[in-house]
Design a binder for this molecule. Sequence first.
Ligand SMILES: NC(=O)C1=CN([C@@H]2O[C@H](COP(=O)(O)OP(=O)(O)OC[C@H]3O[C@@H](n4cnc5c(N)ncnc54)[C@H](OP(=O)(O)O)[C@@H]3O)[C@@H](O)[C@H]2O)C=CC1
Ligand SMILES: CC(=O)N[C@@H](CCC(=O)OP(=O)(O)O)C(=O)O
Length: 332
Amino acid sequence: MIEAGVVGGSGYTGSELLRIILNHPEFELKFATSRSYSGERIGDILPSLERLTDQSFVSPSKEQLEGDLVFTAVPHTKAMEYVPYLVENCSTVVDLSADYRIPTREFEEVYGAQHSDPGRECIYGLTELNREKIAVSSFVANPGCFPTGACLSVLPLLEEDGVNRILFDSKTGISGAGAKPTESTHFPNVQEEVSPYNVTSHRHLSEMKMVVGGNNRDVYFTPHIIPSTRGILTTSHLFDVSLDEDEVFKLFKDYYDDDYFVRVKKDVPKLSSVRGSNFVDIGGFEIKEGRLVVVSAIDNLVKGAAGQAIQNANIMNNLDEKLGLDYAGLSP
Ligand SMILES: NC(=O)C1=CN([C@@H]2O[C@H](COP(=O)(O)OP(=O)(O)OC[C@H]3O[C@@H](n4cnc5c(N)ncnc54)[C@H](OP(=O)(O)O)[C@@H]3O)[C@@H](O)[C@H]2O)C=CC1
Ligand SMILES: CC(=O)N[C@@H](CCC(=O)OP(=O)(O)O)C(=O)O
């Protein structure tokens, strides 16, 4: 068995990691940290995990951080406090924060913070894009939730003529904001609303540009919060596309032929089909007057975070990438 630890185990992505690890046939939970709940039983703090483990949260002090495989699921700018030690002392590390996803200088600009571990070598963990590199890496930076759904909805098109402008319009559930409530996630402020935010300058835009913005392609992104707990639905608009709808559909089918977790269908995807699962559903594929519309749906906490992190960890450990993840979403 591979001993797996989670730094930041009491948060939304951390508890999702625990849910998956505790059902994983090859991983065994070694530790989960929480500063607030150190010493308290995991099942008391996260009642959904009662019976699955008798372990308690530990503090994130170095002597506790032992394991073959460690996930960091702490806020951005905090993972860099743990990663150098973990990479030195554990065989494989997957960071769910933004700290290592984009080049250091860009990170400092976008996140407005100085990086204490600049230039560390790592692989960007968009599994379907970088599977071979992930397989030989010991440190992976798991992608952001929005970039995961958005980039997967256009990857097959990047070599095609005319794909010079891409607009991602995303609707996200509130768990994307983490477990701590804020003014913008307070129930009366989100219920029966659709609220755009950071409409031209969300920090995930730089990550999207890094993945799909080659060849001076223009990339635009506007996120909206919707009154839903999980899920991100992204409507991607591509302009000046010269293919027809059947050609686009075939391109996607062929591109993702070997990618178990990507389901390509002509229907427009639904959040309820992916909720709680590691699948990304991609569909739509309508073209009018040169504008192609592709829609993707993911669960932000699974394919957008913990699920993809486990998928990457499986690959890094030479395991079938489906292990611990091969189940349907909670539909309806
Ligand atoms: N929510 C989402 O949909 C997604 C989130 N992410 C990223 O994953 C990371 C975690 O997000 P999320 O789970 O939503 O966040 P939460 O706020 O829900 O959880 C944060 C966790 O980190 C711990 N923590 C906070 N500060 C520190 C610190 N300085 N040192 C050690 N532990 C700390 C918290 O516990 P305690 O304070 O008790 O120690 C808690 O367990 C973030 O970087 C986020 O950007 C990525 C993709 C999607
Ligand atoms: C609803 C909400 O607030 N969503 C978050 C999602 C980002 C996130 O989780 O951050 P990383 O994926 O970069 O770690 C946001 O827009 O900032």
